[in-house]
Design a protein around this ligand. Structure first.
Ligand SMILES: Nc1nc2c(c(=O)[nH]1)N[C@@H](CN(C=O)c1ccc(C(=O)N[C@@H](CCC(=O)O)C(=O)O)cc1)CN2
Ligand SMILES: NCC(=O)N[C@@H]1O[C@H](COP(=O)([O-])[O-])[C@@H](O)[C@H]1O
Length: 221
């Protein structure tokens, strides 16, 4: 009997790719029953490309600067992604706002990670804003993507305590640690069918993981 096909993942990135690396490691160690079939980047200097090459993962550069407008760029992205026949499309530090048409085309299978406890601090500079506000807690959110930026239903949040001596750089590094734990976990739940778009949209509160990695609020059944 043919081995069950692994879930097919397409990852979108724009830069360093440390979240992409965390997903590669989870797939290679068997923590994730999934295979990254394609990496797509929109910047030629994205270090994520190097990571893909080192792990034999196919990659495509689709440079937004070479397209007349967002629609043309998103159409090229959608064509490359559809060719790879993904079960899930994972945005990992992908820094382009996507058109409504693109998001609707992949609705329910397109997810993103954002470096704040959404709905707090959508958009940019989340660490500086949390420090400026004197917050005691901060974190990251994995969510389904909707046309409205950073507003999609959350899948899981990772929380940590802000330390007295934290600055933007130290907080950024500690949040990366949280992200590299919760992103593979969220993808595992999707692959196992533990949560979907409608379930996430109707849950009272998202699942939460604390700084030690302990699941303090489980996903709603
Ligand atoms: N339609 C949606 N598009 C995107 C979403 C989303 O929820 N809905 N999530 C973002 C991710 N993201 C925050 O997590 C984000 C990334 C980039 C931007 C942004 O303002 N980008 C600028 C360009 C910046 C650059 O190229 O460096 C832009 O697109 O003009 C906002 C939020 C991904 N897309
Ligand atoms: N608004 C989107 C956004 O700010 N995304 C953030 O970009 C970083 C990418 O890091 P990586 O390239 O090392 O994975 C991550 O911290 C991610 O949350």
């Amino acid at each position: 009997m043919a081995a069950a096909e692994k879930s097919r993942l397409v990852v979108l990135a724009s830069g360093n790719g440390s979240n992409f690396q965390a997903i590669i490691d989870a797939c290679e160690t068997g923590r994730l029953d999934a295979e990254i079939v394609l990496l797509v980047v929109n910047r030629p200097d994205a270090y994520a490309l190097e990571r893909a090459a080192s792990h034999g993962i196919p990659s495509r550069l689709i440079d937004h600067k070479t397209y007349a407008d967002r629609e043309a760029f998103d159409a090229a992205m959608a064509e490359a992604i559809d060719e790879a026949r993904p079960d899930w499309i994972i945005m990992a530090g992908f820094m382009r706002i996507l058109t409504d048409g693109f998001v609707e085309h992949f609705r329910g299978k397109l997810i993103n990670i954002h470096p704040s406890l959404l709905p707090k601090y959508p958009g940019m500079n989340t660490h500086a804003r949390a420090l400026e506000a004197g917050d005691l807690k901060h974190g990251a959110t994995v969510h389904f993507v909707t046309p409205t930026v950073d507003a999609g239903p959350p899948i899981v949040q990772g929380r940590l305590e802000i330390l007295d001596n934290d600055d933007v750089e130290s907080l950024k590094q500690r949040i990366h640690g949280v992200e590299h734990r919760i992103y593979p976990l969220a993808i595992d739940w999707l692959v196992k069918g533990k949560i979907d778009f409608d379930g996430a949209a109707t849950q009272t509160s998202p699942a939460v993981v604390d700084a030690s990695g302990a699941l303090i609020v489980p996903p709603s059944p």
